[in-house]
Design a protein around this ligand. Sequence first.
Ligand SMILES: [Zn+2]
Length: 220
Amino acid sequence: MTSNTKENYLKAIYSLEESGTSISLSALSRIIKVSIPTVNNMVKRLQQEGWVYYQKYKPLILTDEGRKVASQIVRRHRLAEMFLVKTMGLGWEEVHEIAEDLEHIDSKVFFDRIDEMLGFPNTDPHGMVIPDKKGNSIRHNYINFYSLDEGNTAVLRALNNESKIFLMFLNKKNIELGTKIKIERKESFDGSIIVSYKNLQNIVLTKEVCEQLLVEKIEE
Ligand SMILES: [Zn+2]
């Protein structure tokens, strides 16, 4: 459950910027699940903090200071998720909610030590980039799986969606980060894609699912 706090707004704004999506009040209202007037009020507070710049009817801009603050919240969240998977052995579908709590632990030494114990990972269990202590993060140019053509092969590198229900769906389909997926056919009727991966042939994935998969195209 995402709550109406300054930190959650910053995280949501950071992820929108990261995915190259325009940062609008309506996008925030969708992610945080609150009304537009509520978003509007909070954006004013973020603007007072100097974290965002907002002009009516224009996309929101994250300031350098805002990005720095956001990157450290995101860092704590993603390191916590990685710790829960790598060290505690939880599934990638189980960790987001717990990390929502852990990210509030106000101890730099705690997260820096987790980082070190994990060997300074670049990405979290969902393939999202973990910003470093200074807020820098490497950029990947992953593409949306849905944008590929028939005959293309790609490796799953990250997800646009870390909801439990989606991750459990991928578990059931036996799809994980690193899975090599080949597009056999694209259905023009409903946009579904027929794919093969591992030893599975002709599996149907809907357009909605394919749009959540961020991949790296490879030559076969
Ligand atoms: Zn998460």
